[in-house]
Design a protein around this ligand. Structure first.
Ligand SMILES: C[S@@+](CC[C@H](N)C(=O)[O-])C[C@H]1O[C@@H](n2cnc3c(N)ncnc32)[C@H](O)[C@@H]1O
Length: 246
């Protein structure tokens, strides 16, 4: 599990508040839930609960799931009295079925092997009620892989509560078995022009082609209602809106 979601959870919280407009993210997911008339949801990869607060404010019956205790600690502080469950999306159950499941913030990138994707989609199928809604986004391999193959670093900057954060990332594409890469980042705080290292992180992450995702959904009994391209702070992604079929 990536160090970013454990020891560096507070740094994640600070930096991603700059990278992601969670209100806009919420409005997008809300439009899907509204269209399919769903008011109850499970958010997988809920992280520090930045989307959760929008769902709760707008009277959704919300539950968050994440693998990291440190991310969930912040999520719970921000959203007291809200159910958050620690679990692995590759193998989880819920006490009761639910009418919609979201995997947010490209968390699907951590399903690096085909069997991880299949087991996760099967768990989601099991926890969904009939015609349950399943939405998620993924990094588009057709754009991402050529990019990471010809470049090898990127720097992200963020300002949060009067502190300047810098993340310098490098990667090693590992595309022999599927579209994944080994990603390493060093995090710094800028103090009076000096960079003070505050942590390191590395993770194996995966991009997908649209056809791969359509096949995974087909194999796990989901019908696709819509799939469209969308730009995010970092990389071009697709958004998927699917429905459980028996
Ligand atoms: C990129 S962050 C996204 C967090 C949040 N959705 C956001 O947009 O800020 C990915 C999250 O997925 C969680 N995660 C990674 N692998 C997971 C797994 N197998 N099961 C559940 N959560 C996982 C991490 O702990 C982290 O909180």
């Amino acid at each position: 599990m990536s160090n970013l979601y454990n020891d560096l959870a507070e740094v994640y919280e600070a930096m991603y508040a700059t990278f992601i407009d969670y209100k806009l993210e919420y409005e997008l997911y809300e439009s899907f839930l509204d269209k399919f008339n769903k008011k109850k949801l499970l958010e997988i990869g809920c992280g520090t609960g930045s989307l959760a607060k929008h769902f709760i404010r707008n009277n959704y019956e919300y539950c968050g799931l994440d693998m990291s205790a440190d991310m969930l600690k912040i999520a719970k502080e921000k959203n007291p009295n809200t159910p958050f469950v620690q679990g692995d999306m590759r193998s989880f159950k819920l006490a009761n079925q639910i009418e919609s499941v979201l995997i947010t913030g490209r968390t699907i990138s951590y399903l690096v092997e085909n069997n991880h994707v299949l087991s996760s989609f099967k768990c989601i199928h099991n926890v969904l009620t009939e015609k349950g809604l399943f939405c998620f986004d993924f990094i588009d391999a057709n754009e991402f892989i050529p990019y990471v193959n010809k470049t090898n670093s990127i720097t992200h900057k963020a300002e949060f509560k009067n502190k300047n954060y810098i993340r310098k990332s490098i990667w090693e594409p590992n595309i022999l078995s599927n579209w994944h890469l080994n990603w390493s980042s060093t995090y710094y705080e800028e103090q009076q022009g000096n960079l003070i290292e505050i942590g390191k992180d590395s993770a194996k992450v995966r991009a997908f082609t649209k056809d791969e995702i359509l096949l995974f959904l087909n194999l796990t009994n989901f019908k696709v209602n819509d799939i469209f391209k969308r730009k995010t702070y970092a990389f071009p992604t697709y958004m998927v809106i699917a429905e459980k079929v028996i």
